[in-house]
Design a protein around this ligand. Structure first.
Ligand code: SF4
Length: 440
């Protein structure tokens, strides 16, 4: 079949890079194509239309996409249509097709509603269409979820902050909150489809509703979502420490469906670095907030993100970060090497930290955190945990579940494959727990 003969009963495959928001956007890409008659391919090697939904938050994420595109350079390895969307599309636009000749189509999420016609049009020649914000609302487009008992639900898109290292505001735009009624009806529909846990997503969920004027804030939204019939658990990501309010903590403490899980990126433990990052808080504020959050929400699982090797980060700054990580005792942390992103203020700054130093700092901090994570997991042994069954574990003969605090628990096969269970934790490893289902 020639490229010109592509019809809408052909197959597609979406390869997603990056965060949960991208994963969720890919569900809409799949939904739009399925509604137009395309079928999902079983594997990437087996599709007529290959779509990369990309991330550009770190250079390494971009490099992975360029590497994948390079493997498609030879025509006999190429699907009929190769398309790129997501953050890299937003950032490089036509430049993607100049660098990667295999790409037929670059499109923005704002043009997603027209994807079937863009696919048809790009058969006549490479095409770039970013759409525009006024044109489409991705949340109203069809979606094709993986199924299962857990679903991501965006509450807002974009971000109003200007952290000096971050490209998100320039690629995803200013914050646009979804009206609460729209979110609640989506959650109600998901509940009818069998979803038990929803994860509310936003770049900064705590500023939810500010752009809607007089609208309820995030605490109010949490209560409304938690009240939807059939929803057993509600989680959310990501919180900005400056905007996390007392009323959100109180809802977490008092509404049983809202889980005791808080991802609160600190990014650095040095006041000097935090100021240069433009994060809007200092180390004492953060530590006090962590203490207050744990006091208000009993059993809270507190996780964070840290960047090491920010421009100008001295040995003393790094020591402050290690100190903060030790003092707070996070239950888990994601530690990233700083990578300069073109167009951000920090990318222009002197004081680049050499790569070997970045790696050495990363490894030192990871060692501190790994020990804290292992202690935190070991502290759960012999406790009773309510877990949500996610499905078959990669490890043979086990079922993978997740606690309210987002920790993975493996239980022996034979456990129910669906639903919420009570489990006694029988052991802990470096990153996961083992458990036994409590009879009855
Ligand atoms: S809060 Fe800062 S780091 Fe997070 S998306 Fe917004 S600008 Fe980026």
């Amino acid at each position: 079949m020639s490229r010109q003969e592509l019809s809408n009963d052909n197959t597609f495959f979406v390869r997603t890079f990056g965060c949960q928001m991208n994963m969720h956007d890919s569900e809409h890409v799949a939904g739009v194509l399925t509604s137009a008659g395309y079928r999902r391919a079983a594997s990437i090697d087996d599709c007529d239309i290959l779509i990369f939904n990309t991330c550009c938050v770190r250079q390494s994420a971009e490099d992975r996409v360029w590497g994948n595109l390079a493997t498609l350079a030879s025509p006999d390895r190429r699907p009929r249509v190769v398309a790129v969307t997501g953050c890299m599309a937003q950032r490089h636009r036509e430049g993607i097709m100049t660098r990667a000749r295999a790409v037929d189509l670059v499109f923005g999420m704002d043009a997603l509603g027209r994807l079937p016609s863009l696919i048809a049009d790009c058969l006549s020649g490479p095409l770039c269409d970013m759409g525009d914000v006024a044109e489409a609302r991705i949340d109203c487009l069809p979606e094709m979820r993986e199924g299962g008992v857990r679903a991501w639900v965006p509450v807002s898109h974009g971000c109003d902050n200007d952290c000096t290292y971050c490209v998100v505001p320039s690629v995803r735009g200013l914050q646009r909150s979804r009206p609460a009624e729209e979110i609640v009806s989506e959650v109600a529909r998901l509940s009818l489809e069998g979803v038990l846990e929803v994860v509310l997503l936003g770049q900064n969920v705590n500023s939810y509703g500010r752009d809607l004027g007089g609208h309820l804030g995030f605490a109010g939204l949490l209560e409304k979502v938690a009240a939807v019939d059939g929803i057993s658990r509600v989680k959310f990501e990501t919180s900005h420490p400056r905007d996390l309010s007392e009323d959100v903590l109180e809802v977490m403490a008092s509404v049983p469906e809202v889980c005791e899980y808080l991802h609160l990126p600190v990014q650095s433990g040095s006041d000097r670095v935090l100021e240069r990052m433009n994060r809007g808080y200092g180390r004492d504020y953060y530590m006090e907030l962590a203490t207050r959050s744990r006091a208000t929400v009993p059993g809270l699982t507190l996780t964070t993100d840290v960047i090491v090797g920010f421009p100008g980060e001295t040995a003393d700054d790094f020591a402050d970060t290690v100190d903060l990580v030790r003092r707070v005792g996070f239950d888990a942390a994601y530690i990233f090497l700083y990578s300069a992103r073109e167009g951000t203020p920090a990318a222009e700054w002197a004081g680049d930290v050499p790569d070997p130093v970045k790696h050495q700092r990363h490894d030192e901090l990871a060692g501190v955190q790994d020990a804290a994570t292992a202690r935190s997991l070991a502290g759960l042994v012999s406790t009773l945990q309510q877990v949500l069954v996610e499905g078959e574990a990669k490890k043979g003969g086990m079922v993978r579940c997740r606690t309210r605090g987002n920790r993975v628990v493996l239980v022996p096969a034979g456990a129910p494959r669906r639903g919420v269970l009570d489990v006694t934790i029988t052991g802990s490893g470096r990153h996961a727990l083992r458990g036994e289902v409590v009879d009855g």
